[in-house]
Design a protein around this ligand. Structure first.
Ligand SMILES: NC(=O)c1ccc[n+]([C@@H]2O[C@H](COP(=O)([O-])OP(=O)(O)OC[C@H]3O[C@@H](n4cnc5c(N)ncnc54)[C@H](O)[C@@H]3O)[C@@H](O)[C@H]2O)c1
Length: 389
């Protein structure tokens, strides 16, 4: 058995490594030639991913061969596609990368092959867009190949253990596709669950993101209310949480490629159908979370008033601008947006981040400052203030 994995990014590479480690030959296809060469040399391009170094050293260039040419994968019978789908400036899904990958894949697709998509996108995409692009570029009819969907449910940094332990779902465009895909995935995924359709599998992943976003918005709102009422949020939360209640943690908002993006897949779909009232909570939660940086900017200003210096000369330092602690990623980072907002408002704001050099900070258009040199520090991951002078 030989499997092709299209897209060797943060999600595709750990998957390719786990598949190779289960004894299956993998052809990894990625348009980034430099990344392919690195992988084939046994050099892991994602060092922060726990356990990946060892797997790439063992399998890179051997059981896992990376290539920029789709033709190198034409001997495979199973193709897994995991390239990104983003949202554009108007929050509509941007399928351009996915479309290009599927059109290239269609050119090497044969009768009887299996295609499984893993990227998160709006429910219905596998049955509609993916099927149509694959038939169009392969010249095959839809009954000539099997098509299924299995969402990637990893968490950056812990992808290998998530792939090995976390429940994974898979669903076919039709019943037969579901069964064929389930049997193929069972060879390298232990905790696998077949669901009734690709559409259900797609919804499972989007639902999870929406659940997180709405519950974080709720936590943020309750936190603000607690502050107004003079209630210790953490104490109240601790005792409020039990088997049927799980209040999340407050934050500066929600960043990254997943949670702030997935609700838009449903919001835009409902808006397209003019079913606006079906997605009011999702839209409001997005707004509540994105506006948290305004709340924290105001808090920072209030803290500045406690310092006996003119406002314009108070050095404010944001301790961390990645979207999440411990991961050097900035997509939709609210901490980065907060730092930029303070600068735009004319405050003397700086950044220090344990994962970034001075140059890295400057490359983001911001100024670096050692925490000890600031008058006021704000730690956005723990929502704590410190005064250093
Ligand atoms: N990273 C995560 O933590 C995570 C978690 C859950 C789900 N996902 C899903 O995985 C998807 C991919 O995310 P990622 O983090 O791997 O993205 P990424 O940007 O890290 O990697 C994408 C890879 O695809 C390659 N690529 C682009 N166009 C291509 C093409 N036409 N043919 C072949 N390769 C191509 C790029 O060179 C890149 O290496 C996301 O959109 C999301 O739906 C990611």
């Amino acid at each position: 058995m030989q499997i092709a994995i299209i897209g060797l990014g943060n999600a595709g590479l750990p998957l390719a490594a786990v598949v190779a480690d289960s004894g299956i030959d993998v052809v990894g296809v990625d348009i980034n030639e430099e990344r392919c060469n690195r992988i084939n040399r046994g050099d892991n391009p994602i060092p922060e991913e726990v356990g990946l170094d060892d797997l790439i050293k063992i399998h890179g260039g051997k059981r896992l061969v990376a290539t920029a040419k789709f033709e190198d994968a034409k001997g495979c019978k199973t193709f897994i596609v995991i390239v990104p789908v983003f949202v554009d400036a108007g929050y509509n899904p941007d399928f351009s990368i996915m479309k290009s990958a599927l059109l290239s894949l269609g050119k090497i697709l044969k009768k009887g092959d299996l295609v499984v998509l893993e990227t998160t996108f709006p429910p219905g995409t596998t049955e509609e867009m993916a099927e149509s692009l694959l038939t169009q570029s392969s010249g095959l009819s839809k009954s000539d190949f099997f098509l299924a969907y299995s969402p990637e449910r990893i968490m950056t940094g812990y992808s290998i253990s998530r792939l090995r332990e976390f429940p994974k779902v898979i669903g076919g465009r039709d019943e037969e596709s579901g069964i064929v895909a389930y049997q193929a995935y069972k060879k390298f995924i232990n905790n696998l669950h077949l669901v009734s359709s690709a559409r259900v599998a797609e919804m499972i992943k989007v639902m999870e993101g929406c659940y997180r976003d709405v519950n974080i918005a709720l936590a943020n709102e309750l936190f603000k209310i607690c502050q107004d009422l003079g209630v210790d949020f953490m104490e109240a939360r601790d005792k409020a949480n039990h088997q049927f209640c799980h209040i999340h943690l407050p934050s500066t908002g929600v960043g990254g490629h997943c949670i702030p993006v997935y609700p838009w897949f449903l919001i835009k779909e409902m808006e397209k159908r003019e079913h606006f009232s079906n997605c009011r909570l999702l839209r409001t939660s997005r707004e509540v979370n994105d506006e948290m940086i305004l709340y924290w900017a105001e808090k920072i200003l209030l803290q500045c008033l406690k310092i006996n210096k003119p406002l314009s000369s108070i050095k404010i330092c944001i301790k961390g601008i990645t979207f999440r602690a411990g991961v050097k990623e900035f997509y939709h980072s609210r901490n980065l947006a907060l730092a930029r907002m303070l600068v735009e408002k004319g405050l003397d704001a700086y950044v220090w981040d344990p994962l970034m050099s001075e140059q890295d900070v400057q490359n983001k258009g911001l100024r670096y400052l050692e925490p000890g040199k600031a008058d006021l520090l704000f730690d956005p991951f723990n929502l704590e203030f410190e005064y250093s002078n």
